[in-house]
Design a protein around this ligand. Structure first.
Ligand SMILES: NC(=O)c1ccc[n+]([C@@H]2O[C@H](COP(=O)([O-])OP(=O)(O)OC[C@H]3O[C@@H](n4cnc5c(N)ncnc54)[C@H](OP(=O)(O)O)[C@@H]3O)[C@@H](O)[C@H]2O)c1
Length: 133
């Protein structure tokens, strides 16, 4: 069964690559995309070399009208926390790629995740530097 994903920051530098990656996987289903600038447009009208008829929403709250299993967030430090809490309160699991959350933010997110029984994966830095041998 495919996992339904909503991607916040879908039109950004990371988001564009993620749209292509998600659309290329059979077990992932992109059902929502968030960007204020492009709200109301189709994703494939905004991102080249993509075939997705998903309509872009201006906020995660609007995007969650369409049911999804996981929110993936690559937005900005000033909005990521509210996006994550909105998802948790709707019973949606979260992958956080956005940097800038504080220790206090993570304490609050953890409390809410436990309360609502959802999983949150926070990986603000996926890059990998090999140590010299
Ligand atoms: N985990 C990692 O390894 C990794 C790697 C690279 C980057 N990052 C982090 O990922 C985040 C995104 O980086 P980026 O370079 O892709 O940024 P970017 O190119 O500026 O893209 C940001 C995206 O978020 C959207 N956005 C911004 N504010 C929003 C708001 N208030 N409501 C809804 N959407 C909003 C933007 O669309 P609109 O402006 O149209 O709303 C855009 O789609 C940053 O925090 C960066 O540090 C993490």
């Amino acid at each position: 069964m495919a996992i339904d994903i909503c991607l916040a920051g879908a039109t950004g530098w990371v988001g564009c690559s993620l749209v292509k990656a998600i659309c290329g996987e059979q077990d992932l289903n992109l059902v929502g995309a968030v960007s204020r600038t492009h709200a109301g447009k189709r994703l494939d009208d905004v991102i080249m070399e993509t075939s997705s008829d998903v309509s872009i929403s201006g906020s995660v709250k609007e995007a969650f009208i369409q049911k999804c299993d996981v929110l993936v967030d690559y937005t900005k430090p000033d909005v990521v926390k509210s996006n994550v809490l909105e998802a948790i309160q709707n019973g949606i699991h979260v992958v956080i790629g956005t940097s800038g959350l504080s220790d206090e933010d993570f304490v609050q997110i953890n409390e809410q995740a436990i309360k609502h029984q959802v999983g949150v994966l926070a990986a603000e830095q996926y890059s990998y530097n090999a140590l010299p041998s």
